[in-house]
Design a protein around this ligand. Structure first.
Ligand SMILES: *Cc1c(COP(=O)(O)O)cnc(C)c1O
Length: 455
């Protein structure tokens, strides 16, 4: 018998030691990718290796190539950390090795998803009657929501896409902002709708869809299968599309409204920011990440749908040998995965750790820290290029070349990690504050480092 205890304890000790080191460890240092690859490379040995040795070898090989994305001064992309209880629950999920397919394969995993799913809807302001698929990311959540949309708008036109496919189907129009997330396009490709299905709507000054242009696009659209794809949380600026009027108008036209709110939907969890997503309850499907702003481990995201029957009809499958299928849709009925890890344990635990007040405080704190970043960099003489409405800040350091040099210098320096983007034709530094452990001191230290490097 393996000594599970010492092996699991060794793994947990390594992980805990790593986490403890995060506040002081350089964030992003130049790495030798070839050396890291070499540490993992080589032929697979024919002979078995004792598990403790495998673990030691893994730690040694991985250490130099780990990125401190879970730490308090990682501001790249929209990357959150991982809450302690959620991380511990994920370790348990691996240890329990549960198959979260349906209530027969793991009653506990499905019960955790059901309870956490209810809490999520309540926090975000999504109707309690909606279904929730626990998926792997915003990408998968967008695909699930748009699959449900595809089914319904074609059913309304008398076409059963699940049986007949798309060959010969009436064309579907997708009305979406020009600054939509690129995963929307990938979902449309995977669903056979294609990128050309998109009728792009111009954006207003801060990157949200221009409401007047959206109204015009909806009015001008001929009748027929139509999906309106809105966004809460522009990846560059954090701006949220105005949802209420858009949903009402889209529904009058018989369209389905999908909201990509990978991180921005969390605005709904705080009274301070809730106005940004006013009317979100009127949409038909929603995509939201857990592994970004909620600080849950990867891969955690949620595909919500106002019509559980449509959601399940688009995603589920049945087979004679699958006991437990065919009842109220749960688990794998609502996702594109079949066998799935029990990610509901980490979601349930992370939400319990924070409580509803803690979720609101997390959102408020990150927004306040983003404004602190903006104020600090403005005071230092640099240009904040967006209106900071949420947790995203765009900064210009002069011309494009200079901005790129400051970004590269920051990434090599290691005090903090910031990314770059091209927005409205300009190179800009992109700062996203999404980590539950980031403090004012972390922001001040980062502003000081960026100011020094830009000088
Ligand atoms: C991050 C993001 C996605 C993709 O989410 P993943 O979790 O990376 O799959 C989609 N839309 C928006 C607006 C995002 O910010």
């Amino acid at each position: 018998m393996e000594d599970f205890s010492s092996l699991f304890r060794a793994a947990a000790d390594h992980a805990a030691g790593y986490r403890r080191s995060l506040p002081d460890r350089p964030v992003g240092v130049p790495v030798d990718q070839a050396a890291i690859a070499a540490a993992f490379a080589g032929p697979l040995p024919a002979a078995p290796t004792p598990p403790a040795q495998v673990l030691a070898d893994l730690v040694a090989a991985a250490e130099p190539g780990l990125v401190a994305t879970a730490g308090p001064r990682y501001f790249g992309f929209v990357v959150g950390g991982a809450l302690p209880a959620a991380t511990a629950a994920d370790i348990l999920a691996a240890g329990w090795d549960q198959l979260a397919f349906n209530p027969v394969t793991s009653p506990a995993a499905l019960a955790a998803e059901a309870a956490a799913g209810g809490w999520l809807k309540d926090l975000l302001g999504i109707p309690a009657s909606a279904s929730v698929g626990f998926v792997t990311g915003g990408q998968a959540a967008n695909t699930a929501g748009l699959a449900a949309a595809r089914l319904q708008v074609l059913a309304d036109a008398g076409w059963d896409v699940e049986r007949r496919g798309l060959l010969g189907a009436p064309p579907i129009r997708v009305i979406a902002g020009v600054e939509r997330h690129a995963t929307i396009d990938r979902s449309l490709r995977l669903l056979g709708l294609g990128e050309d299905a998109v009728r792009p709507v111009p954006a207003g000054p801060n990157g949200a869809v221009d409401p007047a242009a959206l109204r015009d696009a909806l009015r001008a659209a001929p009748t027929g299968p139509t999906i309106v794809c809105l966004q809460a949380g522009n990846v560059n600026t954090g701006a949220c599309d105005e949802l209420r009027d858009a949903c009402e108008l889209a529904h009058r036209r018989g369209a389905w409204v999908h909201v990509d709110g990978a991180f921005g939907l969390w605005a709904g969890a705080s009274p301070t920011t809730r106005h940004l997503v006013d009317g979100l309850e009127l949409a038909d499907s929603w995509a939201c990440d857990g592994h970004k702003w909620l600080n849950l481990p990867y891969d955690t995201a949620f595909a919500f749908c106002s019509r559980p029957d449509v959601h399940a009809a688009a995603m589920s499958y049945a087979a004679a040998y699958l006991v437990g299928s065919g009842g109220v849709p749960t688990g794998a009925d609502l996702t594109a995965e079949s066998s799935r890890r029990a990610r509901g344990f980490a979601v349930w635990s992370g939400l319990r750790e924070l409580g509803s007040d803690g979720v609101a405080a997390l959102v408020d704190r990150c927004c306040a820290l983003a404004r602190r970043f903006a104020d600090g960099l403005t005071a230092a003489g640099f240009e904040v290029a967006n209106e900071v409405v949420l947790n995203q800040v765009l900064v210009g350091f002069g011309d494009d070349a200079r901005t790129d040099r400051v970004i590269a210098a920051a990434q090599a320096d290691g005090t903090c990690w910031v990314g770059g983007t091209t927005w409205r034709g300009r190179r800009l530094m992109r700062i996203a504050v999404s980590n539950a452990t980031t403090t004012e001191a972390d922001v001040d230290r980062s502003v000081a480092a960026l100011t020094r490097l830009a000088g």
